[in-house]
Design a protein around this ligand. Sequence first.
Ligand code: NDP
Length: 483
Amino acid sequence: MVLETKAPRMWIDGQPASAVSGKEFAVVNPATEEELARVPEAGAEDVDRAVRAAHRAFEEGPWTRLRPRERARCLFRLADLIREHREPLALLEAQNVGKPIRDARDEVGMVADCFEYYAGAVTKLFGETIPTNAPGLDFTLREPIGVCALIVPWNFPLVIASWKVAPALAAGNAVVLKPASYTPLTALALGQLAQEAGLPPGVVNVVAGPGGTVGAELVRHPLVAKVAFTGETATGRAIMGLAAEGIKRVSLELGGKSPLIVFEDTDIDQVVESSLGVVYGNAGQDCCARSRAFVQREVYDAFCEAFAARSRRLRVGDPLDPETEMGPLISGAQRERVRGYVAVGQEEGARLLAGGGVPAGVGRGFYLDPAVFTDVTPAMRIAREEIFGPVLAVLPFTDEEPLIRAVNDSIYGLSGSIWTRDLGRALRVARRVQTGVLSINGSTSVHLEAPFGGYKQSGLGRELGMHALQLYTEVKNVHIALG
Ligand code: NDP
């Protein structure tokens, strides 16, 4: 099977589909600024077709009636197909997002693993028996919700799609996936692979087009029962509002301003090397990016110098070069937004120790040198707002109490890292930091098997692991009276 990458189409009711209007939009490679592909631009009629197809598949089709093991087999086949197409998918993601090819390969591997994990979960989804006061047998059933609208952003297009599509299908739902307009290509490819894997028509539909129209239509559609969204906090708020009318189930993964906490008893070189990927990975366009570092006064200067030195050596360049550590940002507008924050940081009185400008000699591509700010105070905008670019703000701290207050003084609460050799201190701080995900003496935020999501305005609900299945099921309680 050859993946259709040059003229990809949407997937509706098991068929490749153009927009009813015939409209298309261009997808651009952020490293070259050239057109990568043209993609159908859905309108309200296409959304309606996709939702109705999903609804038919859910209500009438074989999907919900398949035995668990058969449903699991479909998902295992899809995982295998993703692995077989790892190279073209990684190439597509690297070209479309501008992420280094080696990262894109890892991500496609994670996507296959995710489908495999939830294929395994199909046969492990069960309810409880409950000792009620009334005589009888009381038990719960975990049932699929129906048509799920899955709306995803441009930073990890295929990974985040898999976090939603895989558990939704494992639980027996039918889905309509809407990728971000910057990066629809791998989601459309996933639509093709889902048909090839033998999923019944209408179980996986993929529509592309602007969030403000196509996304909003999807959320509003009366046959959509559940909305799962990843993106900006402001968009999440708007989606909650749209979903309120039908009291739809909503889960949200939103923005972040995650802390990197470094105590004085740590090996600074180890922290710097480990943290590089979570500060500058995906050019800092990562909801879990550790974009504010809190470093204990005793090692503050050493940390800032070491981090800035390593940042200056970061290999910024062509995403397809296997040596590249950081590619371009997603768009010219995003680069301007990040440069705006670099200017704000300087105006606020922070010291720009490294980067922040367009790399010398770059003609095309939305590249930016990774930036490190020191002498940052908690009130500064660069310490409070999500920049979504390769910018680190480093703040000093002295004691635990003021540290915890400063860390928690944020509307966000997604991720974070704590570095110290004192395990008691690590656990004390971990208990009090208000984020959904934390790593101690490491940098990984995401484990397929463990819950992922945010406190406060970073989200609602938990993705991944068996927790995610709660987002895609209703609980039914049944009582058999034995009086
Ligand atoms: P957006 O919120 O702008 O867009 C996300 C998706 O929503 C896109 O598919 C977009 O379509 C669509 N959309 C936009 N407006 C609406 C609307 N009114 N109704 C329905 N859908 C809509 O986010 P970005 O794509 O800019 O992604 C970056 C943001 O995502 C950052 O804030 C980041 O922190 C967050 N994020 C959070 C993660 C988490 O797990 N917590 C993970 C990854 C990112 P279109 O592209 O056409 O505009």
